[in-house]
Design a protein around this ligand. Structure first.
Ligand SMILES: Cc1cc2nc3c(=O)[nH]c(=O)nc-3n(C[C@H](O)[C@H](O)[C@H](O)COP(=O)(O)O)c2cc1C
Length: 247
């Protein structure tokens, strides 16, 4: 097994970091990795913001409702960015209407998520750790205002990273057979039965992990998380429309 795969199979989210700064040359390397990421049609409709201002970090942390965001030595926010493309079209006197399509949004979203994952892989390959922050979507309008994002941009995900303070346990995954179909989607009769062993494994994981121990299972988590919504997260589509994306 090569070292890339070793690192990928050893992935675990790290949320708590030493105060130690990430060296400039390491950061430069990570920026190259972000920029080298594959991009839909080569259009590069995604960008990122490096958040260095402690006050900005504190405000983002409030949106995320996760105090540890403030202490991430590095914090990047990845965004859909069709704004620059529109400016190019305008400068060339071209029609801009198609910039506003959802198609461009999804191209930018794919690019942004891939950039974030590429960064995370790079971070983990350097024996550092990272945490994704989907929680910026708790209030995407607040993030848009805070980062002064222009039209045709949209914040998707944050990545906090640095030198980790701890080594959390590996979080088990459901059997791959339940996530892999061949040629056509495999519908199963009884998911609770198929997930019984995995639920037991997760109970053990929640029970014995170092932090935030509790009695829980995977299927209970599905119930808990998918039987309620976050009032502001319900507005994501509306806010993306306000940013200029439309049918
Ligand atoms: C799209 C996405 C958004 C996430 N958002 C958050 C977040 O806001 N805060 C957080 O602490 N972890 C976040 N995570 C981390 C997940 O909670 C974590 O990946 C999951 O529980 C599995 O644990 P593991 O990564 O340690 O294997 C996010 C992960 C993904 C893929």
């Amino acid at each position: 097994m090569n070292s890339t795969i070793q690192h990928q199979l050893n992935h675990r989210t790290k949320r708590f970091f030493e105060k130690r700064a990430v060296p400039e040359e390491t950061l430069e390397m990570f920026l190259d990795v972000i920029n080298r990421t594959a991009s839909s049609n080569g259009l590069q409709l995604a960008s990122c913001l490096r958040i260095t201002d402690p006050q900005q970090k504190a405000k983002i942390s409030q949106v995320c409702q996760q105090a540890y965001v403030t202490d991430c030595p590095e914090l990047f926010i990845f965004i859909v960015d069709v704004y620059k493309a529109k400016r190019i079209l305008q400068a060339k006197g071209a029609e801009t209407i198609h910039c506003h399509n959802w198609d461009q949004f999804f191209k930018g979203a794919a690019d942004a998520y891939l950039m974030a994952q590429n960064l995370t892989n790079a971070v983990e390959s350097c024996d550092m750790g990272a945490v994704y922050l989907g929680s910026i979507l708790n209030d995407s309008q607040a993030i848009i205002d805070l980062l002064e994002l222009p039209e045709l941009t949209f914040p998707l995900i944050g990545v906090g990273f640095g030198y980790p303070m701890d080594q959390p346990e590996l979080k088990p995954r459901m059997p791959m057979e339940l996530r892999l179909s061949e040629n056509t989607y495999q519908v199963e009769e009884d998911y609770l039965e198929l997930l019984k062993d995995y639920d037991q494994e997760m109970t053990h994981y929640y029970d014995t992990r170092q932090k935030n121990q509790r009695s829980d299972t995977y299927t209970n988590q599905v119930v808990q998380q998918l039987t309620q919504t976050h009032p502001r997260r319900d507005k994501i589509l509306q806010i993306a429309k306000k940013q200029g994306f439309q049918e």
